[in-house]
Design a protein around this ligand. Sequence first.
Ligand code: FRU
Length: 446
Amino acid sequence: MEQRRKQEGHLKAPGNWINDPNGFIFYKGKYHLFYQYFPYAPIWGTMHWGHAVSEDLVSWEHVGIALFPTKEGDQNGCFSGSAVEQDGRMVLFYTGVHYHAADPENIHLCPDDQFDSCQMRIDSEDGMHFDNFGGKRVVIPPIGDRRCGDRTHTRDPKVWRGRNGWYMVLGSRSEDGKGKLLFYRSEDLETWSYVNEAGKGDGWGWMWECPDYFETDGGQALVFSPMRFLKDGKWEENQAICMAVNFEEENCRMQLPDTWQYLDYGLDLYAPQSTVDEEGRRVLIAWLRMPRAVEQEEAVPWRGMFCLPRVVEMKEGHIYFRVHPHVKKRYCRPLSDVKEAGEEGYRIGLFLEEGGCVDVGGYRITRRGNRVCTDRSHVFCREENYRTVFETPFVKEGNRLDIYVDDHMVEVYVNDGEYVISNAVYGMSRELRISGGREVELFGYC
Ligand code: FRU
């Protein structure tokens, strides 16, 4: 069955299932974005790395499967990881998982979390070819000492070049079941030594997935996805958060404050990953969790997509997520009606007065008490674990909204990324009604 190789704007699963972005890198003049991929059905299963390439972060091409299980260490999946460039080669780090026993009714699952995790490396000369049989090596075996980290739940290596060597941060959990980070250091990307850990104690989740640390002009930032962080037990409890931190490279000491932000107040985005773009901007992308697959007439169903790439900036300890300028530039075809928009969707720009409302085909965006609120209850499937109404914290800087509308995702950028709400949606109509809006602009994709 036909799968969609080329995609504009939002990157979607080429068919079946995707989750986290992996190995995001600008390498030899192109952006490479890998992703957690189960190629056989629109559900999570044995993880492969799918691979997409773009010249501008806007037009993407799916180029196939880069990594798949071949070794004892990764026989049950190639979990999330990252990419760096060394002497012209692309070097990928990821977590290999090995189940002690698989579920006899679905061999892609492991009952009772009985599995080992190790950190693996594979190189590529050109970023397109990966020798899955001859090119993989274990760089950090499953952790044997419970006091250091968890043999099962230690994963998602994010590697970066520091001032004084290479560094890796891993998500893990402590002996008494609290999420934490592990830091390793290497001279050559081959031999890694454990240096330090960092955590927050009670109330911050039992395992921290997909950590990402980086520096911006405004300070150092940490992004991670603690599991069981939202504690009301009703909605999706695993949430991506971010915060300003203090990191000392010499001893890998990281201080984490008590103040934090959600990465996105739509609470659908998870497991973000960042890289540096061709002009040195920090750019981040994240997975949109979708409760159901999208059925297509002449192709396999797909489930999972990514938000638009966002430039991350920090000002006075606040982290901003702004639409990447390449993307913004492409939504430039003035429309007089949203029905004129193509399948890449459209952008609405406006100032929204207190009490005002933008109804995007049944998805409602309002401003109340200087918070931006969204309600998808009319454009969503009834899934118990998913919530339907969302709001930003109190908005400080104005009332400008930039709304990117796609058939399955709406992204609402408040004041150029002071806060963002992104939501998965199903069955929106091509209609737009606005009350209390000023200087409304409407642009299609060009
Ligand atoms: C986050 C995550 C990662 C893991 C991957 C497996 O969504 O659970 O921690 O590496 O997905 O697909």
